[in-house]
Design a protein around this ligand. Structure first.
Ligand SMILES: Nc1ncnc2c1ncn2[C@@H]1O[C@H](COP(=O)(O)OP(=O)(O)OP(=O)(O)O)[C@@H](O)[C@H]1O
Length: 268
């Protein structure tokens, strides 16, 4: 049984905005899937629907065979903005991932169970920050903060991790580090992971499978070898741009670098 099932999902925000248009796909346990597509394609909406933060207008979403109703505790979320409490330590922030299990009052009173504390330390170890457990978030780099954000999601003990542009505000080295730790966590814990990314070159390094989204539809579904320049053009521009059909990783390819420019609609 696949972990994630999207069946004929449509999301209409208002009369004119069809963010997802009859989307169907399945994702198996342990797959590391990356969503690619220009700005406004529907990637965030897809993640929000998966997390139960947004209700589909039509269609159904199932996780482990269960219809999604409201926010699911088995789904951990990593955001572009890490939303850490700056005055808290890395450990305190990671531990806040246990909030959904412990309830607000116990958490506010700092009454965390020993297993939760152990889980938080293990999560910090997974993201390479055990030595920084006592460091306040405010004194950490952007990449370190995002890794604490991943640790916090892991403390939820999720089956599925969703990440919406988790490295958008980081330099390429920090972005790679964050993706490396996210992939490590997913592999070690056999997590099903769905991440939206604008940096195509980084996406290609880490993704097992790519869904190309355009105008609310999945127009590409394949692995890195299938993701040729023509396919990238189709995803970002709607049609092949007349270049050769070569893998997107080829040196000098338009998509060898950051695809933010592509998302803006113009060809650099
Ligand atoms: N809360 C909302 N209310 C109305 N329209 C929305 C809302 N959220 C998104 N949209 C619209 O739905 C469409 C899809 O947006 P979405 O944010 O899912 O795209 P995206 O691929 O994640 O874009 P980006 O890469 O810029 O984050 C866009 O036309 C957007 O303007």
């Amino acid at each position: 049984m696949p972990t994630i099932e999207f069946e004929n999902v449509t999301k209409i925000y208002d009369e004119d905005t069809v963010a997802l248009d009859d989307v169907s796909f399945t994702i198996d346990e342990g797959e590391f899937v990356i969503l690619l597509g220009p700005s406004g394609a529907g990637k965030s909406t897809m993640l929000r629907v998966l997390n139960g933060l947004t209700e589909p207008t039509e269609g159904s979403v199932r996780i482990d065979g269960e219809e999604l109703e409201g926010n699911r505790s088995g789904v951990g979320m990593v955001f572009q903005e890490h939303y850490l409490i700056e005055s808290k330590t890395a450990f305190g922030n990671a531990l806040s991932g246990a909030l959904s299990r412990n309830g607000l009052l116990r958490s506010a009173l700092g009454m965390h169970a020993e297993p939760d504390k152990r889980t938080a330390l293990e999560a910090l170890q997974t993201v390479g920050l055990l030595d920084e457990a006592g460091q306040r978030a405010e004194s950490m780099s952007g990449g370190q903060k995002q890794r604490v954000g991943i640790a916090r999601a892991l403390v939820q003990e999720p089956e599925v991790v969703l990440a919406d542009e988790p490295v958008a505000s980081l330099d390429p080295k920090a972005a790679r580090d964050v993706m490396r730790y996210l992939k490590k966590a997913a592999t070690e814990q056999d997590l099903t992971t769905v991440t939206s990314l604008h940096q195509v070159n980084i996406a290609r390094e880490f993704g097992d499978r790519f869904l190309g989204i355009r105008d609310g539809e999945v127009i590409f579904d394949g692995d890195a070898d299938d993701l040729t320049m023509d396919e990238m053009d189709r995803i970002y521009y709607g049609e092949a741009q007349g270049g050769e059909t070569v893998p997107a990783e080829s040196p000098g390819g338009d998509f060898a670098g950051d695809a933010d420019a592509a998302g803006g609609g113009g060809r650099a």
